[in-house]
Design a binder for this molecule. Structure first.
Ligand code: SF4
Length: 374
């Protein structure tokens, strides 16, 4: 697996030789984009942070991998923490930061001793006057969102904040703060060092009704049939969900997995986690369980998300109890669209995706529940 290749501090050495501008040009040329979902140019983000006037700046590694179905960052932390830390140091060197943080998902706390050991080892070998602190999350999904994560590091409740200002210009304690996730920073070290680094490779977390769940590396554009061959479904597949945030669509073996192809289905590729669902399931049951997740995780700051997620859940409960009517499906559709359009952060913006995509692609699963009690 390419993401597990170690760089042995040679990437940091090369970065120091290239200088800050040289690193930015190289990352731009190599085409590294963020792996957290937005696919924004890493070089551009680093440059904005570096060029924002301030007496101090920070690097934050987002290791709060809370998206259900996603577990790729855990693999990197377990098996290639050294390269991840090297990526953090390269980012710190490039933007001129002296203080870095790793915001570690609460459930990954068992990885902390290993991470601390690796940080101590890399820092002593790198001989850089930089600190890397681990901040443990408390299990809130919202803290994977950049602004909420920063609030949490500063000791406040993890609430999302309005943008602008973007954290890249005004983040921790009002100073420019670079936030990148684990995969992006690991790729940054590898992109600096390896001539054959491939910008198209992505980590896929595969789970659900399959015999081979796990993390796999595929190039963008890979055929869904190749992914399914590796996953080895238990029974005939019916649907796939791109994580909670991504949406649910029918399995199309001929589909090339690209952001464009997934977005065309009104789904979101996010961080390439795919949960396979076989024909023994009614999609509405999966949708209900995702809705429960959103209701629980809504931080309550804005009304559409706080009130809307619970209403969606109640409607789904009604439908599953057999008391639903056709008009409930329309209300569901309107609610989901409204919450998406009016919520403050990514959680609210994506909490309707699984509703809308399932209504579009699996109307029969809803109809199977309607009026069952009569
Ligand atoms: S959209 Fe939801 S999670 Fe995000 S700030 Fe509003 S209430 Fe909180």
């Amino acid at each position: 697996m390419k993401i597990l290749r170690q760089t042995d501090l040679e990437a940091l050495e090369k970065a120091r030789m290239l200088g800050s501008d040289g690193v930015l040009s190289l990352l731009e040329k190599k085409g590294l984009v963020g792996r957290g979902g937005a696919a924004f140019s890493t070089a551009q983000k680093w440059r904005t942070c570096r060029d924002t006037a301030a007496d101090e700046r920070f690097v934050v590694c987002n290791a709060d991998e809370g998206e259900p179905g996603s577990f790729k960052d855990k693999l990197i932390i377990r098996h290639n923490a050294e390269t991840l830390i090297e990526g953090i140091l390269i980012a710190a060197y490039t933007i001129g930061a002296k203080r870095c943080f790793i915001y570690l998902r609460g459930e990954y706390d068992y990885l902390r001793p290993h991470l601390e050991e690796q940080i101590a080892d890399v820092l002593s070998r790198a001989k850089m006057k930089v600190t890397i602190e681990i901040v443990r999350g408390a299990g809130a999904y919202i803290c994977g969102e950049g602004t909420a994560l920063l609030q949490s590091i500063m000791g406040f409740r993890g609430n999302a904040m309005y943008k602008p200002p973007n954290p890249t210009r005004q983040g921790l304690w009002g100073k420019p703060t670079l936030i990148n996730n684990v995969e992006t920073l690991t790729c940054a070290a590898q992109a600096v060092l390896f001539d054959d680094w491939d910008p198209n490779l992505r980590l896929f977390s595969l789970s659900g009704n399959i015999r081979n769940p796990g993390v796999y590396e595929f190039p963008l554009g890979v055929k869904m049939s190749s992914v399914i061959d590796v996953a080895r479904p238990e029974k005939k597949l019916k649907a796939m969900s791109f994580g909670c945030a991504g949406g649910i669509m029918p399995v199309d073996k001929n589909m090339s997995i690209t952001p464009e192809a997934i977005c065309k289905e009104d789904c979101q590729h996010g961080n390439y986690s795919i949960i396979f669902i076989d024909e023994t399931h009614n999609v509405v049951d999966i949708v209900y369980s995702i809705a429960k997740f959103y209701t629980y995780e809504s931080c309550g700051k804005c009304t559409p998300c706080r009130e809307g997620t619970i209403r969606i859940l109640n409607l789904l409960k009604k439908i599953r109890s057999g008391e639903g009517e056709k008009k409930d499906l329309q209300i569901l559709r309107e609610l989901a669209t409204h919450i998406q359009d009016t919520s403050l952060c990514g959680l609210g913006e994506t909490c309707g995706t699984h509703i809308l995509t399932s209504l579009e692609h699996f109307p029969k699963d809803y109809e199977a529940y309607l009026g069952k009690k009569k």
